[in-house]
Design a protein around this ligand. Sequence first.
Ligand SMILES: [Zn+2]
Length: 165
Amino acid sequence: MGGMRLAEWIRNGVLAAGLALAAAAGVRAQDHVPAPSAGPAPVLAHAAPAAEAPMHHFADRENAWLFAGVGAARTLDYFSTLNMRRRGRHEILLTDEVVDNHAAFAAIEAAATALTIGAAYLLHRHGHHRLERWTSRIHIGLATGGAIRNYALQSAHPAPLPPGP
Ligand SMILES: [Zn+2]
């Protein structure tokens, strides 16, 4: 059961990177589809995809903010999980043993961040600058959602929400 939960957690952590890499591979595969043989081959392959963002430095301001956001989201996940553990709750995705070994758990969080940066770099190198950005955005969303879930789990007797404006 612990192994299953670990697998689930890892899937959450690297889902964005995996999706982005798969998408990159798909786009790349399309590049190699031979053109229809009738007539001279059109130079469609070199037409710039309108949806793609322009070239930029990998270590530009937007990526700096996005990677900082990924790191912050994973840090939030780290502390929200430890907070949950202190309250006697059990980590649902990782085994308690891993989470209670704080150094190992922190290393896993750091690895998840590094994996996203690595995936973004590969996408950047292949010219997929939009996917490159979205890899970080999706990771931030997943990690932050997990942290919110951890904090929401704390309260065993949720107070009724205040009436909206
Ligand atoms: Zn790029």
